[in-house]
Design a binder for this molecule. Structure first.
Ligand SMILES: [Zn+2]
Length: 335
């Protein structure tokens, strides 16, 4: 059972929570791709020119607590009683990119996906009285570099370039959310990498790599939704005053993000904006970036496809809901 307590938004120091790069599993153990939460005293600056506006501050100095619900009794999400994820009335941006418009269209598309995710998850958090889930947004444009406070396995800040083959959620990076409010906990999306995901050139090293056919805008959207899934978990943990050790463990930390991405994708299907080809492409990407064997951090292809399918269809080929993901991948809190 999950009921947020009064200790929400408390200072958390020196924690080791995984902040995730979706593509990390495909890069063969690139240690830069597996950042961990830094001590709250860690500071960082943005070295980018242009739009990467995040900087890091200790958790206690952020404005996050201003979004905490006040004067209301937080609701419960239990295995037997948890709100369904609402289906927004908004539409996702559509359209093909070309070499000439990619630099403008891909960032616009990523922002539209984040808007849609905010519009989907926000009302769900509202219904439970759990505050505002919107993460900060860092889109690393071509030629820019972003220095994240989430450290790599060598305890160095993670430096993200526009073509870094990864995407991240970092719980201690501060950036403006969709409404312009600076919040702690940000998604970091390297634009050139997403151009590659969209066009099918990401991680393609030869003709055989192109057989998977994982290109497509919705594949890029799925990656964003996965990172957003990490933000959802982080927001819930904070709303509930849970310590980092209560967050999903091991591969469940990744699989729950896949599952929550499936929840959101199901709302896109409900809005008649998702084709079988879109789904096939997204699944092909998951196969591409899955771990070759269990126990390596992100899950095998079978595990990852099972997770996004559970999020998408639920346990009985209906519409998957957050509670399906929580009970399966976060049993310590929701089981
Ligand atoms: Zn992840």
């Amino acid at each position: 059972m999950m009921r947020p307590g009064s200790a929400r938004f408390r200072l958390v120091v020196a924690i080791a929570v995984t902040a995730i790069g979706l593509a990390a599993c495909s890069t063969g153990g690139d240690d830069e791709a597996v950042p961990t939460r830094s001590p709250a005293t860690t500071t960082a600056t943005t070295s980018a020119s242009g739009s990467s506006t995040a900087s890091s501050t200790p958790r206690s100095s952020t404005t996050r607590s201003s979004s905490a619900p006040t004067g209301s009794v937080p609701g419960d999400c239990t295995a037997g009683n948890c709100p369904a994820l609402p289906v927004p009335t908004s539409s996702l941006m559509q359209g093909q990119i070309t070499a000439g418009n990619a630099q403008q269209k891909v960032p616009a598309y990523l922002s539209s996906v984040l808007d849609d995710l905010d519009g989907t998850w926000g009302p769900w958090f509202d219904e439970l009285g759990w505050g505002n889930p919107d993460p900060g947004r860092v889109l690393v444009a071509s030629g820019e570099t972003f220095r994240s406070s989430c450290t790599d396995t060598d305890d160095r800040d993670t430096v993200v370039e526009s073509d870094t083959p990864n995407a991240f959620f970092c719980p201690v990076d501060v950036a403006a959310d969709g409404s312009g409010q600076r919040v702690e906990g940000s998604v970091i999306l390297p634009v050139e990498t997403f151009v590659g995901i969209w066009t099918g050139t990401f991680l393609v090293q030869g003709p055989l790599d192109q057989i998977g056919g994982f290109q497509g805008e919705f594949t890029a959207a799925t990656v964003v939704a996965h990172e957003y899934g990490h933000a959802v978990v982080d927001r819930i943990a904070q709303a509930g005053g849970l310590g980092p050790r209560s967050e999903p463990r091991g591969e469940n930390a990744e699989l729950i993000a896949d599952c929550l991405a499936g929840n959101w994708a199901a709302t896109v299907l409900k809005r008649h904006q998702l084709s079988i080809a879109d789904i096939t492409q997204a699944v092909a990407l998951l196969q591409k970036i899955a771990d070759p064997a269990p126990g390596q951090g992100h899950g095998t292809a079978t595990q990852r496809i099972g997770a996004i399918s559970l999020g998408f269809f639920g346990p009985s080929l209906g519409q998957g809901q957050p509670v399906n993901c929580f009970t399966k991948y976060w049993p310590e809190v929701f089981g």
